[in-house]
Design a protein around this ligand. Structure first.
Ligand code: SAH
Length: 285
């Protein structure tokens, strides 16, 4: 069954603006060098891709995709589309970034329309910036189609607004996972504002460190935290705990990745049906 059938049919109506736009892009590609589209696949639920992203998937010659992309999305590619997986294999390393860059350049230079499909948004911890720079350097045309980033997806699926006039005046997306040699996070700045929501990407293996650093720099240990695993999918699990208890809560619940860490007062607004309290009687302070 095609989840998107009703509106895809509408979009495919002859003469619509998107079709014309697409045809002109393809004609350009056939005249020589192809084009790469860095497309955000959304946070997990396959319905959370944009209309433009879906349209491109349906027209691509090649789709190069990551681990976090919902597999159901690939079913919307035409039969002849080549689908190349470049994510992390179980127990093996992911394809090195330079090899992905070289693959994108090679496929585009062979005159193909290439969709580089990435989880969430390509420009939020997605290395979209690195790929874009390489493609530009190689003289390949590259366009970006934004996606719903995990923070926005998980906020919606847990009922935790990222900002709220009574709770948080700003939101900060941060990763604890840094490239070797990158400067350390400015923990003092991150802990400085209790009226800010902090959302940590790639934080599951760093929970103890995040908790320690933020409390050491002044964020109260009882600050509410939500851990959201496989957010927006049918497998979503979300736990409410505190800054002090989050590492224990995740370990006890054996939360799988991908997991997002949402920190701040807005967590108190979570939908109780979707975000369960953990460790209330034990490590919670
Ligand atoms: N570009 C992506 C982020 C890639 S980094 C985006 O915009 O969302 C990968 C990290 O994103 C994961 O380690 C996790 O912290 C977070 N993430 C991605 N998808 C998620 C999901 N469905 N649920 C929870 N966290 C998710």
């Amino acid at each position: 069954m095609h989840l998107f059938a009703p509106w895809v049919d509408v979009l495919q109506g002859s003469g619509d603006k998107l079709t014309q736009w697409w045809q002109s892009r393809r004609a350009t590609a056939q005249g020589g060098c192809g084009e790469v589209f860095l497309v955000g696949a959304g946070p997990g639920d396959p319905e959370l891709i944009t209309v433009r992203g879906m349209r491109l998937l349906q027209q691509a010659d090649v789709v190069i995709y990551d681990r976090l992309v919902a597999p159901a999305l690939l079913d919307y590619c035409p039969r002849g589309t080549r689908k190349l997986y470049v994510g992390k294999q179980c127990g093996r390393h992911s394809v090195p970034q330079q090899d992905i860059n070289a693959l994108l350049v090679r496929e585009a230079k062979a005159g193909r329309i290439v969709v580089r499909l990435k989880g969430g948004d390509p420009f939020i911890f997605g290395r979209g910036g690195e790929e874009m720079a390489e493609l530009r350097e190689a003289g390949v045309r590259v366009s970006v189609v934004p996606g719903i980033t995990a923070a926005a997806g998980c906020a919606a699926s847990t009922g935790i607004p990222l900002t709220h006039r009574d709770h948080a005046a700003s939101v900060c997306l941060v990763t604890a996972h840094r490239r070797d040699g990158a400067p350390a996070l400015d923990w003092a700045a991150l802990a400085a504002d209790p009226h800010r929501t902090l959302v940590c990407y790639m934080g599951l293996s760093e929970l103890a460190e995040i908790s320690q650093q933020l409390t050491r720099h002044g964020l109260p240990p009882e600050t509410p935290v939500a851990l959201v695993s496989e957010g927006t999918t049918a497998r979503q699990r979300a736990l409410r705990c505190t800054l002090a208890s989050m590492a224990d809560a995740a370990a006890q619940a054996q939360l799988p990745s991908p997991c997002l860490v949402m920190i701040g007062d807005v967590v108190t607004l979570a939908d109780p049906e979707r975000v369960k309290h953990r460790l209330e009687a034990t490590a919670d302070v």
